[in-house]
Design a protein. Structure first.
Length: 164
């Protein structure tokens, strides 16, 4: 199978009726993330339905702005869990130096929300049920790429509410 990538619509806004029907469950359940200032400039998303039923979904994104990536519904700062394993890959775009991310990123992980900060290409492994996020781009010197690989044909997310 060879299939072209399609740009993901913006969180329910500017969607055609066909796109709204495709993402209806996610929109109804409040699973669409609310973009922040550091959200992707371009985003492609494929689920198992796009991949002939494969138990996998992935995104491919380009980022060039600092800020929090997204937040969840209500008072959620974006911290969430999944009922499936997930890998978050932060990659540089400089062909002369593959070890240069071009940005500094922070991500909170685990039940205690331990903060990790990195400025090199990095893979973050999120086993099933591991709380993670918010993701914040602290600064950007060069646009960078991000890949989200989820081991589920249908991406599922449960947001956690902030205690403040």
């Amino acid at each position: 199978m060879i299939k072209p990538l399609a740009l993901l619509p913006d969180a329910g806004e500017n969607m055609s009726p066909e796109e709204k029907a495709k993402y209806e469950d996610d929109l109804k359940e409040g699973n669409i993330m609310h973009p922040g200032p550091g959200s992707a400039d371009k985003l492609f998303w494929m689920t198992g339905a796009d991949l002939e039923g494969m138990e996998m979904s992935f995104t491919w994104e380009f980022h060039k702005k600092p800020g929090i990536w997204h937040r969840g519904p209500g008072k959620s700062d974006g911290a969430h869990v999944h009922p499936h394993d997930e890998v978050l890959v932060f990659a540089g775009t400089d062909p002369r130096d593959i070890n240069y991310l071009g940005a500094e990123i922070s991500i909170d992980m685990g039940k205690e929300g331990e903060r990790y900060v990195f400025d090199k290409p990095t893979a973050v492994v999120c086993p099933t049920g591991t709380p993670h996020a918010p993701i914040i781009t602290r600064y950007v010197d060069r646009p960078f790429a991000f890949f989200n690989i989820s081991l589920a044909g249908k991406y599922k997310i449960t947001y956690m509410q902030c205690s403040y």
